[in-house]
Design a protein around this ligand. Structure first.
Ligand code: NDP
Length: 453
């Protein structure tokens, strides 16, 4: 069942039955049959449609933001901001996509060749609820320009976002069978992947979903791109302005109520500024991030996406405290019907505790003390994940030196948790495989065909 429940109130808003197997089969047939005509269109024509979609996303930003707030509790302003990033992604691939997929001539030993960049066919996208529009955009915009067709299975708590996105794409001129939303259940995903008409899959979500989708893709010899969890380190080496550093790092962590794969979940602070950082961070988190209605633009702490998500994070905090971590502030569900959890700071988390290696997908900061720069790097890399990271400080050379030693797919200097259309996004280790966005993002489901002239 696809279910809309308002996480701020607990109110059940809408239920939509899952697609039947016959409906899923018909949806696969549509995207498969639409591929030959779509790929034959000149890339510049497909790019024009993608640019038109960017305009429609911009026009409907308020409507999309309201849907996301209703479905998964995002603060309304963050929803508008998310749609802004979506507009940027569609614009980037609309403007640069045709150049990124242009034939690439090569001089080779004894002659010449050309690499032709062609689409693979119908793809499956399995998308999560945390950024209902952005996650879809990262996968869809490049693949539409390249000439692939798309069957999209969104998270089961986001059916209205799913429908609104499909409507925008069709209104922009994407043929109805080139982009098809399906309300398939996750149990139907293996059959979709086994279907010879589907050529590959992109999933953003939990490790568990990633393992299951990667296994099915492997069994069927299909390409998979996986954007999974993270427990990104944020290293603070020094600061010229502690208040500003604390305010900015706390905001980066609390963005989207802490439910971002690339949020700075582990802050690692050098010993000489650790105590001041922890005191100020604790105060900032306790005073500034107060729960409120996510539709109110002044709210700082919205609910989590669901009661289940909230309870899972609360249980992780309780376990950490049980195992000896220090709870500096927060830590408890907020009384009332919504999925609210107090903004939380934990310190003294050690490798013996589950929280040290787990991802905590909520408004929770872990702060670690490092005696030296080398120890900070060691702690940063002591994680099963390798999505993003950030390094903060005043000396650009030192920042760069530390950044180069971090095992992650992306490292930011003096900012955290970012994403931009022209910069590849993705991780290593248990954070997944493959890249989205930038030039790399359009190559994942591409046949780079060598033609020896
Ligand atoms: P899931 O990974 O379960 O959901 C993401 C998407 O995958 C949804 O469309 C979901 O469908 C689908 N899915 C789930 N299981 C399978 C499966 N076995 N086969 C195929 N598709 C599947 O996320 P949750 O909502 O359960 O979140 C749990 C955790 O996942 C979070 O705590 C966080 O750690 C991580 N997460 C990471 C995200 C990221 O941005 N990297 C985003 C969201 C979650 P359905 O909704 O129908 O179950």
């Amino acid at each position: 069942m696809y279910t809309v429940t308002n996480p701020a109130t607990g109110e059940l808003v809408e239920e939509i039955p899952n697609a039947t197997d016959e409906e899923v089969d018909a949806a696969i047939a549509r995207v498969h049959n639409a591929f030959p005509a779509w790929r034959r269109l000149p890339a510049t024509d497909r790019a024009k449609i993608v640019l038109r979609a960017a305009e429609l996303f911009a026009e409907r930003a308020d409507e999309l933001a309201e849907i996301m707030t209703l479905e998964m509790g995002k603060r309304i302003n963050e929803g508008r901001g998310e749609v802004g990033v979506v507009v940027d992604i569609f614009t980037y691939y609309g403007q640069h996509g045709p150049d990124l997929i242009a034939d690439q001539p090569m001089t080779i030993r004894g002659g010449n060749a050309v690499i032709q960049k062609t689409p693979l066919g119908a793809l499956l996208g399995v998308m999560p609820w945390n950024f209902p529009c952005y996650q879809v955009a990262r996968f869809v915009a490049p693949n539409l320009v390249l000439g692939n067709t798309i069957l999209l299975k969104h998270a089961s708590i986001c059916p209205r976002s799913a429908r609104a996105i499909e409507q925008i794409l069709h209104d922009a001129g994407v043929p109805e069978d080139v982009y098809v939303n399906t309300f398939a259940s996750s149990r139907q995903v293996p059959a979709i992947l086994a279907d010879p008409r589907i050529q590959g899959v992109s999933l953003t979500g939990s490790e568990q979903a990633g393992i299951s989708v990667a296994a099915e893709a492997g069994r069927n010899l299909k390409k998979a791109v996986l954007e999974l969890g993270g427990s990104d380190p944020l290293i603070v080496l020094d600061t010229a302005d502690m208040d500003e550093t604390v305010a900015r790092t706390a905001t980066a962590r609390m963005r989207n109520c802490g439910q971002s794969c690339n949020a700075p979940k582990r802050m690692i602070v050098l010993a000489d500024i650790y105590d001041e950082f922890v005191d100020k961070l604790t105060k900032r988190v306790a005073d500034y991030f107060k729960p409120g209605d996510p539709m109110d633009p002044d709210t700082k702490l919205p609910p989590l996406a669901s009661i289940a998500a909230r309870d899972e994070v609360a249980a992780q905090i309780a376990q950490a405290v049980d195992q000896g971590a220090t709870l500096r502030t927060g830590g408890h569900p907020v009384d009332g019907p919504g999925a609210y959890l107090e903004a939380t700071v934990l310190t003294d988390v050690t490798p013996e505790m589950n929280a040290y290696y787990e991802e905590i997908f909520g408004p929770v900061v872990l702060v670690f003390r490092a005696e030296t720069e080398e120890q900070a790097i060691e702690i940063a890399n002591d994680s099963p994940f390798g999505l993003g990271a950030s390094v903060w400080g005043t000396d650009p050379e030192r920042l760069r030196r530390v950044a180069e030693q971090i095992d992650a797919g992306m490292v930011y200097l003096n900012s955290a948790g970012g994403s931009q259309a022209d910069l590849p996004f993705g991780g290593i280790k248990r954070s997944g495989m493959g890249r989205e966005l930038g030039p790399a993002g359009i190559e994942e489901f591409m046949n780079q065909k060598s033609i020896r002239l």
